[in-house]
Design a protein around this ligand. Structure first.
Ligand SMILES: Nc1ncnc2c1ncn2[C@@H]1O[C@H](COP(=O)(O)OP(=O)(O)OP(=O)(O)O)[C@@H](O)[C@H]1O
Ligand SMILES: [Mg+2]
Length: 342
């Protein structure tokens, strides 16, 4: 069951700023298989959403280079009409900003029904047992499915929310609606960009369980973008760590948890409470990913965060190194990095 669903090769996404192009996603390679959750972690500005939007073909002003193969078809060269057919049907996304994904002038229920209607052939196999026996063209059936979806994402009064408009809902409720829309057609590939950030813990667990069910029952491939390493440990099969537009480490969750190599990954991991807090002193210089125009483009991009590592430890042009089967790390500096109190 290890069939590749998505293969990204040498993907770079650049934005024009003051007449010049700057890459927010820089030479990214990754795969997502059926029945697999690939988590993408990395601090704010590292390019996670820019990568997700590139896969979905949603950038309007970006220059995209490289290949994005979905079931063997290159999304990067697909016509807008073909992409549209795929989006929201086989491939869907939960957006980080739920308001931007909703139409302010349409009732919540209508918006979800529209998704179901647009992709009727898929919604025929819908999950709602209540709806079985009714034709897929029936408005009543679609309404039942919509109410069912709203209750699956933890909306307490689905009938009431069905008739509400986006501005009438709280941020957390809107996020749940966006999640309902994204899973309405049981996509084969789901990109979830910080899907549970605005939600309280109980609802968060419910949503993660839905995503896991989508993976297991539909053998969906899932890209889960999150800041929450607890969620990663709980959900991911594999993890890609991004820093300044590049993947700096990619591996199975098991290998990453037991043997993280890149200094950035190790500093992230050390922030997970373990009970043994001895190590958590000073790992790397605190900071943020520099803005796009100021990203270091030459050498190891993480260099300035670990200035005590000598220059010679870094590669001039950092490559990915396989440290265990399927576990890759960028730059040779990982060999010289140690926590100050190790
Ligand atoms: N449309 C755009 N035009 C210009 N720059 C952009 C655009 N979209 C993103 N960027 C820049 O690209 C970089 C990566 O942004 P991105 O939104 O992908 O980060 P992220 O990893 O998703 O961060 P966060 O965790 O805060 O969501 C940032 O420097 C951002 O300012
Ligand atoms: Mg983002």
């Amino acid at each position: 069951m290890n069939e590749e669903l998505l293969t990204i090769e040498n993907l770079s996404t650049s934005f024009p700023i003051a007449g010049q192009l700057y890459a927010a996603v820089d030479d990214v390679n990754l795969t997502v298989k059926k029945n697999e959750i690939l988590a993408i972690v990395g601090e704010s500005g590292s390019g996670k959403s820019a990568l997700a939007f590139s896969i979905m073909g949603l950038h309007t002003r970006a220059q995209i280079q490289g290949h994005i193969y979905y079931k063997g078809q290159n999304l990067a060269t697909m016509s807008p009409a073909e992409l549209n057919r795929l989006r929201g049907n086989e491939v869907s996304m939960i957006f980080q900003d739920p308001l931007s994904a909703l139409n302010p002038l349409m009732m919540i229920g209508e918006q979800i029904e529209e998704v179901l209607l647009l992709h009727e052939s898929k919604s025929k196999t819908a999950r709602s047992s209540k709806g079985s026996g009714q034709t897929r063209h029936s408005k009543k059936f679609r309404k039942e499915q919509t109410l069912d979806l709203l209750s699956q994402v933890g909306i307490p009064r689905p009938e009431y929310t069905y008739g509400q408009y986006p501005h009438e809902l709280s941020g957390g409720m809107r996020q749940r609606v966006v999640i309902a829309m994204a899973i309405a057609n049981q996509p084969h590939l789901l990109i979830a960009d910080e899907p549970t950030t605005a939600l309280d813990v109980t609802i968060q667990l419910q949503i993660l369980e839905l995503i896991r069910r989508l993976k297991e029952q539909m053998e969906a491939g899932i890209i889960l973008i999150t800041h929450d390493l607890g969620v990663v440990a709980e959900m991911a099969d594999r993890v890609a760590v991004m820093y300044a537009g590049q993947i700096v480490e990619i591996s199975s969750i098991h290998s990453l948890m037991s043997n993280a190599k890149h200094p950035y990954t190790r500093s992230l991991m050390s922030s997970i409470p373990t009970g043994n807090e001895k190590k958590t002193k000073l790992h790397v210089i605190q900071g943020v990913v520099p803005s796009l125009q100021h990203l270091p483009r030459q050498g190891c991009r993480f260099r300035s965060r670990i200035p005590w590592i000598e220059e010679a430890a870094h590669e001039a042009d950092p490559q990915m190194h396989e440290v265990e089967p399927g576990h890759y790390v960028r730059c040779t500096c990982y060999k010289h990095f140690h926590f100050l109190d190790e």
